[in-house]
Design a protein around this ligand. Structure first.
Ligand SMILES: [Zn+2]
Length: 311
């Protein structure tokens, strides 16, 4: 079995304007790296389907889904862009891109649960982990990882899943949706204080939040992960692991001030893969979140995928 790689051209057409860091070129940089390094042949590629609204509503309120659909469909019809918040902008392709991103995460979950892939990575945008149950924010419209986790639980019948978030920003949306859901353990590291300035006080007992000061390097971050995440994950024995894979804690990324490098992403992915092998039959679905330095993003995703594929 191979690693599934899910994406869709619609995810490139969502564009928040010149100079916006969450840009279509992020996906091109990842693709270029995979081809240049020969890793693409180790992946089985799948087109991301459009998510069904009933799946989106596993994580978001019906009212929010209806409202954002109306807004984004109106943007698509008008051909004009519209700011949803100061840094989250919709263009005419945003509605289909958001549905493809959520649909990728759901399809990846099914591929892995049906043993059609050992694990999966979704190279999608818009990202998702800041989208709360009823609000778009921080470049995010639908919470792809929370939708996939709930799909595994509510539709596919798993009893325990873990969400791992190593983006430099706190996954406030995922926490908002999953806090208090005892079927989920969420572990996260994030720079604090930094946008969205939440996370220092966890919202539920199923949240293991590890806030980290600016300028912390990889060695210290690995120690905190080993001390805080690993015992919780071992105790929880997840049947599947979902990764909010943001690469903006990289030393070269200007949106945060943490010091991870490719070797750290390799180590983190190996530690997650160890837990998955012991408790979850190896089942991992990883979904792209942040990562804005194009070179560092491509190299880090490549390293992450090398571990997932085992090549
Ligand atoms: Zn981020």
């Amino acid at each position: 079995m191979s690693t599934a790689f899910l994406s869709h051209p619609d995810c490139r057409r969502h564009d928040m304007g010149a100079g916006h860091p969450e840009c279509p070129q992020r996906l091109d940089a990842i693709d270029d790296w995979l081809i240049a390094n020969g890793l693409d042949i180790a992946l089985s590629r799948h087109d991301a389907p459009l998510a069904e609204l009933k799946d989106v509503e596993l994580a978001h309120t019906h009212g929010y889904v209806t409202e954002i659909r109306d807004v984004l469909e109106a943007v698509a019809a008008s051909g004009e862009c519209k700011a949803i918040d100061p840094d989250t902008i919709a263009n005419p392709y945003t509605w289909s891109a958001a549905l493809r991103a959520a649909g990728a995460a759901v399809r990846a979950t099914d591929l892995v649960l049906d043993r059609q892939a050992e694990n999966a990575f979704c190279a999608v945008r818009p990202p998702g982990h800041h989208a709360t149950r009823d609000q778009s924010m921080g470049f995010c419209f639908f919470n792809n990882i929370a939708i996939a986790a709930r799909h595994a639980l509510d539709v596919r019948g798993l009893q325990r899943v873990a969400v791992v978030d190593f983006d430099v920003h706190h996954g406030n949306g995922t926490e908002d949706i999953l806090a208090g859901d005892e079927r989920v353990l969420m572990v996260g590291i994030f720079q604090h204080p930094l946008y969205p300035y939440s996370g220092a006080v966890p919202k539920g007992e199923n949240m293991v939040n590890v806030p980290i000061p600016a300028y912390t390097r990889g060695g210290e971050i690995r120690e905190m992960i080993e001390a805080m995440w690993m015992p919780a994950l071992e105790r929880f024995r997840p049947q599947m692991i979902f990764i909010s894979a943001g690469f903006d804690a990289h030393r070269e990324d200007d949106l945060g001030q943490l010091g991870l490098v490719e070797a750290d992403y390799e180590w983190i992915t190996m530690r997650i893969k160890d837990i998955a092998a012991r408790h979850a039959q190896g089942r991992i679905v990883s979904v792209l979140e942040g990562g804005y330095h194009l070179g560092a993003l491509a190299r880090s995703v490549g390293t992450h995928l090398r571990v997932l594929t085992g090549v």
